[in-house]
Design a protein around this ligand. Structure first.
Ligand code: UD1
Ligand code: CA
Length: 455
């Protein structure tokens, strides 16, 4: 049996943030979510997250994961003290316990699976992940005998200058035999520079403890400050983009593009420069996104083009053209073969197939049928100062330039609205609406004082 415990109680003082460190976002997920995701590969029977500083916020952020149990570490007296909090919760558990620092988000699932495998095949008391770090500063140094059996782990700040030369560092990723660990956990002391109970000191009581070197040391980057957060983001971006390129996505100037870990992209998609794909977005095959677009939590169908546009929490169906400079938000849903042009904002608007909104319009809280043509400058006046109201426009209707639709209002099918109309009453199918004042022309009129020049 396998259980996973994630250490997420520390404040993360070096982040200089009110947000608990493990909740800092990295490419669409919080640090702790990255770690939980990685751990899923071992199909743990139990998943325990140790919370303390900002514990309520951490629980809230993970509340969608029903299988996660939270264990409180009221005072944060070190990583060993954090693991001691598991004792009452894992009384009946026996088997392997993976302990993962909550601030190590780049770990690959295969690496964790291999660690567990090594641990179990060797029957170790503990197996710990290590790496040869070019710049080991800040990490605990791992000392081994000739057989990769750990003799001690010394924190950077507790190292002698000679010990500090050791580049083999502790990743903060461990596999323990729980029953052996539980038996010795109470023996930890805090005789070190930080006066903390170190989980790393458990290696002094357990045997055998094996170290396993990771191939790609970048996987074990721990996030302690914002510089490291940015460096991890870079690494994650490179990984994500390389994986999508290998899956058949073209990226023009990949360095200028960012893609969250949570995005799905179809084949033959082209992502143009300065484009950012975030959250739970899906980009359908053959679409061209960018240059200069931001897609957030949105579903984009096949063969869509989105140029210099922002699309949030919305749907764009196949073959539609968005932009340049369009803004879709708040559950806009654009049908197939639509054209949404410059300076058009759609909020909670549903558009049927082949409907065009080509220039300078705002459609909020609206339902449009198919093949509607929305003229330049058409505005739904959806807000009366207190409430939002709905606008409906039937199939094949056309609004003239500068139409104002004062909601709540229903416009039928095959209606034509004259330019400059302010429409306040419902219109049935097959009608022409002219709702503007008549033009007045006074021939032979000049500004007062300029009459003379007429003669
Ligand atoms: C720790 C290791 C170090 C290793 C490094 C890898 C110890 C003593 N040191 O150092 O050997 O090289 O990680 O990244 O373990 N936490 C708690 N409760 C606490 C203290 C910390 O839950 O009382 C959590 C933190 O939220 C964090 C993790 O444990 O997610 C690691 O704590 P941190 O203070 O960052 O340890 P490091 O100094 O980085
Ligand atoms: Ca750390």
């Amino acid at each position: 049996m396998v259980a996973v415990a994630i250490l997420a109680a520390g404040r993360g003082t070096r982040m200089k943030s009110r947000l608990p460190k493990v909740l800092h976002p990295l490419g669409g997920r919080s640090l702790v979510e990255h770690v939980l995701n990685c751990a899923a590969i071992v199909e743990p029977k139990r998943q325990l997250v140790i919370v303390g500083y900002g514990g309520e916020a951490v629980q809230q952020a993970l509340s969608h994961l029903s299988e996660v149990e939270f264990v409180e570490q009221v005072e944060q007296l070190g990583t060993g003290h954090a693991v001691q909090q598991l004792l009452p919760h894992l009384q009946d558990f026996s088997g392997s316990l993976l302990v993962l620092n909550g601030d190590v988000p780049l770990l690959r699932p295969q690496t964790l699976a291999a660690l567990l495998q090594t641990h179990q095949t060797h029957g170790n008391a503990a197996t710990i992940l290590t790496a040869q770090m070019p710049d080991p500063k800040g990490y605990g140094r791992v000392f081994c005998d000739g057989n990769n059996l750990v003799t001690q782990i010394v924190e950077d700040r507790d190292c002698t200058p000679a010990q500090r030369q050791n580049r083999r560092v502790n990743a903060g990723i461990y596999c323990f035999d729980w029953q052996q660990l539980a038996a010795i956990l109470p023996q930890l002391t805090n005789a070190n520079d930080q006066k903390e109970y170190y989980l790393t000191d458990t290696v002094n009581f357990l045997s055998p403890v094996m170290a396993v070197d990771i191939e790609d040391y970048q996987e074990m980057f721990g996030i302690n400050d914002r510089k490291q957060l940015a460096a991890a983001y870079d690494i994650l971006q490179t990984r994500i983009k390389e994986a999508w390129m290998m899956a058949g996505v073209t990226m023009v100037d990949p360095d200028s593009i960012t893609i969250d870990d949570t995005v799905q992209i179809g084949s033959d998609v082209v992502i143009e420069p300065q484009t950012h794909l975030r959250g739970h977005s899906v980009i359908g095959p053959g679409s061209v996104i960018g240059p200069g677009s931001l897609i957030e939590n949105s579903q984009i169908g096949e063969n869509v083009k989105a140029l210099y546009s922002v699309i949030s929490d919305s749907v764009v169906q196949a073959n539609s053209r968005i932009g340049p400079y369009a803004h879709l938000r708040g559950h806009a849903n654009v049908g197939q073969n639509c054209r949404i042009g410059n300076f058009v904002e759609l909020k909670q608007a549903q558009l049927g197939d082949r409907t065009n909104v080509a220039h300078l319009a705002y459609l909020g809280d609206a339902t449009l049928g198919q093949q509607v043509n929305v003229g330049a400058g058409t505005i739904t006046a959806n807000y009366d100062g207190f409430k939002k109201h709905h606008t409906t426009i039937g199939d094949r209707s056309k609004t003239g330039a500068n139409t104002v639709l004062v909601a709540p209002i229903q416009i039928g099918a095959d209606v034509t609205i004259a330019a400059g109309s302010t429409v306040t009453e419902d219109v049935a199918d097959d009608a022409l609406v002219v709702a503007r004042s008549r033009q007045v022309v006074k021939p032979g009129w000049r500004l007062p004082g300029h009459e003379k020049s007429l003669e």
